[in-house]
Design a protein around this ligand. Structure first.
Ligand code: UDP
Length: 234
């Protein structure tokens, strides 16, 4: 299926429901991965061809960011809606039955996230949990190889998780989803932006106000808007 290109990254033009249906088909076929890039990740991809390849090599690329949807409209190829990674995950879990392995976050975060998932979604069985600060990944990949989860949530932050998924697509997993800070939201240590902020496209501002250290990372938003408007590199 053809993709909608925004600054070199091809996005699937899908709604949340369509994304969930597509992800279900991919999981059944196995060894697929989903990326959820926001403008910050698009800009990282423009700086690093390996990140660009990892994004464009994904089986499903969802527009996680009001900025991406805005850019698609501005470029004359509108995407139907924002599909935030966290919202996509919750919608997917509603219909999911199977095993889940959670990778990422500080030690203990994945276990807390796992408790939330099993409490909220009766169809979930936890295959394993692992923090995202490992030096030797062999025990981790061996565990994934043994448990063969239907779903692997990869929460290593961007672009580390996209690169990791692209280089591990041969793991015996149904579907991998790169979800960044969602592990902390599931664990209950980082709150999601309130609905009204999200509806106004201000989730990025909420996160910036709560975590001012994101300021320099979010400066790339300026470069993103500039590149869309001018069609130029920054
Ligand atoms: N993280 C990790 N390993 C790393 C770097 C980050 O597991 O080497 C985790 C970090 O603890 C956090 C998540 O990745 O739970 C990413 O958080 P961030 O808010 O940066 O992600 P975003 O959603 O903005 O991509």
């Amino acid at each position: 299926m053809s993709r909608t290109e925004v600054l070199g990254v091809g996005f699937d033009a899908v709604t949340v429901d369509e994304a969930v249906a597509r992800a279900g088909e991919l999981m059944a076929r196995r060894r697929a991965y989903v990326c959820t890039p926001n403008p910050e990740i698009v800009m990282a991809a423009r700086r690093d061809p390996a990140v660009m390849d990892a994004l464009n090599g994904a089986d499903l690329v969802l527009a996680d960011g009001t900025g991406v949807v805005w850019a698609s409209k501005r470029l004359g190829r509108p995407l139907p809606q924002r599909v935030a990674g966290y919202d996509f995950l919750l919608a997917f879990m509603e219909r999911f039955t199977g095993s889940v392995f959670i990778l990422g976050g500080k030690p203990g975060a994945a276990e807390k996230a796992a408790r939330t998932l099993t409490e909220r979604f009766p169809g979930v069985e936890i295959a394993g949990c692992h923090d995202g600060y490992f030096t030797d990944e062999r025990p981790l990949t061996a565990e994934i190889g043994q448990t063969r989860p239907d779903l692997l949530l990869v929460c290593l932050g961007a672009p580390k998780q996209e690169l990791w998924m692209a280089s591990h697509r041969d793991l015996p997993v149904g579907l991998m989803i790169g979800l960044g800070g969602s592990v902390d939201v599931l664990a209950g240590t980082v709150p999601r932006a309130p609905l009204r902020w999200r509806q106004r496209g201000l989730e990025w501002l909420y996160r910036l106000l709560r975590q001012p250290k994101r300021f320099f990372r979010q400066l790339s938003l300026v470069g993103f808007v500039w590149a869309v408007i001018t069609g130029k590199e920054t």
